[in-house]
Design a protein around this ligand. Structure first.
Ligand code: HEC
Length: 105
């Protein structure tokens, strides 16, 4: 009886944990990391709209890696003189965001 209860609790925790991880969409990540303060989905705010970014790099196979680095480290010169500040994201999050931005149509 006691053992059964603990197995049940363990499975519940695993299901809950994996559910939370997959529930964070790139859109939510972009919101929580303040990307949307400077970027519109389609229109420029401080930085270019994400659809504009996708249009620019369409067909560029190295773009995802390049953009992921830019998201982590920041930089300027690609769109104008205004610099993007480095973002407090992990490497995996930067990759996820870059892939998502490039998938905008
Ligand atoms: C303070 C404003 C600001 C914030 C916050 C910001 N950006 Fe930017 N972003 C910019 C500016 C300005 C540029 C243009 C930089 C340039 O011309 O090279 C830019 C450029 C970009 C580019 C295109 C880079 C290139 O080389 O073409 C991507 C992709 C991007 N941002 C993603 C993000 C993501 C994802 C976040 C959130 C983690 C974010 N940005 C947060 C201002 C911002």
């Amino acid at each position: 009886m006691g053992i059964r209860l603990w197995v049940g609790v363990g499975v519940g925790v695993i299901v809950l944990a994996s559910g939370t991880a997959s529930a964070v969409t790139p859109q939510q990540l972009a919101n929580s990391k303040s990307c949307m303060a400077c970027h519109g989905m389609t229109q420029k705010i401080v930085g270019p709209g994400f659809k504009q970014v996708a249009d620019r790099y369409r067909g560029d196979k190295g773009a995802a890696a390049k953009l992921a680095t830019k998201i982590r480290k920041g930089g300027s010169g690609a769109w104008g003189p205004v610099a993007m500040p480095p973002a407090a994201v992990t490497d995996a999050e930067a990759q996820q965001l870059a892939t998502w931005i490039l998938s905008q149509k």
